[in-house]
Design a protein around this ligand. Structure first.
Ligand code: ZN
Length: 68
């Protein structure tokens, strides 16, 4: 059994509103990152970004970020 942190999972919302992430990517968070802002900070190191879309915050993995 693999130990997993119990923190927030931040997963990719896909390159646009109608498209899911082709990789079903999720941020590989540090063990100490428990909150969404902390996890997003981890993701930023790997090229993740966030974008506001219709007033909601969307997470984009590096692959999806470059597609839109
Ligand atoms: Zn993605």
């Amino acid at each position: 059994m693999t130990a997993r942190p119990l923190g927030t999972e931040v997963s990719c919302d896909g390159p646009d509103e109608a498209t899911d992430c082709p990789n079903s990517a999720a941020v590989l968070a540090s063990f100490t990152s428990m909150t969404a802002p902390q996890v997003r900070a981890d993701g930023a190191h790997d090229g993740w970004t966030t974008r506001r879309r219709r007033g909601r915050l969307r997470d984009l993995c590096p692959a999806c970020r470059t597609r839109s």
